[in-house]
Design a protein around this ligand. Sequence first.
Ligand SMILES: [Zn+2]
Length: 242
Amino acid sequence: MAPDIRKLFDFPLAPRLGRINAIYGPMFSGKTNKLLLEARHLSIAQKDYLVFKPVLDDRVEEACIDSHDGDSHEAIVVQSSHQIVDELLRYFHHSKELPDAVLLNEVQFFDEGVVEVVAELSMLGVEVYWAGLDTDWRGVPFHFQPALEGATAAKHIGDLLLLPRTVHDRQYAVCKLCGRKNATMTYRTGEGEGLVQVGGQDTYEARCSRHFYQGMIERGHFKREQDKLTSILGRLREELDL
Ligand SMILES: [Zn+2]
């Protein structure tokens, strides 16, 4: 179900857009850690905030966010971006104001309505922090789930990254192959072609772009593109008589 964003239109526009803090990068880059650190800072500053996470695969999700190094924070588990709006309205009826900030973890697993929700929150002056993967295992922008079941989602993470007043907080992981802390890609070591395959260190590893593409070419994923590129270069060489 598409988020009923109109409910939020009843609120007056803020004189200033709320800042959108985009915490993005590959798996194992510490995105959740960073989000939890921001939550801690908000609570020291005595700000009111709500933390959300999407439900995955209809599993029963625990209502908290855990980082790899044991940090933890309670979170509201939602099925859709529509529910974020519902929770905000519930909060408003209770507190008579909107929260200072909204934090979203694993934003890539929300439906595409989340882009509109974040944009609208910013327009209402609410600060947003989101953490998520920018690219999927194929190295392309992570596509959101469709807002309506059976439809095709048109929006991907790039649409979120390009919202006005977004501050980019890119996180880097350590490349599993060369050990440099420049990994921007999530490499799937296991088999399977599905877009979402929940897993940890047994299924995925962080890689720098060089070792990511090297791995993908070795497994034949970029063969066609590679052939095309070679033939273009070959034709250019012939034309230029090199
Ligand atoms: Zn590397």
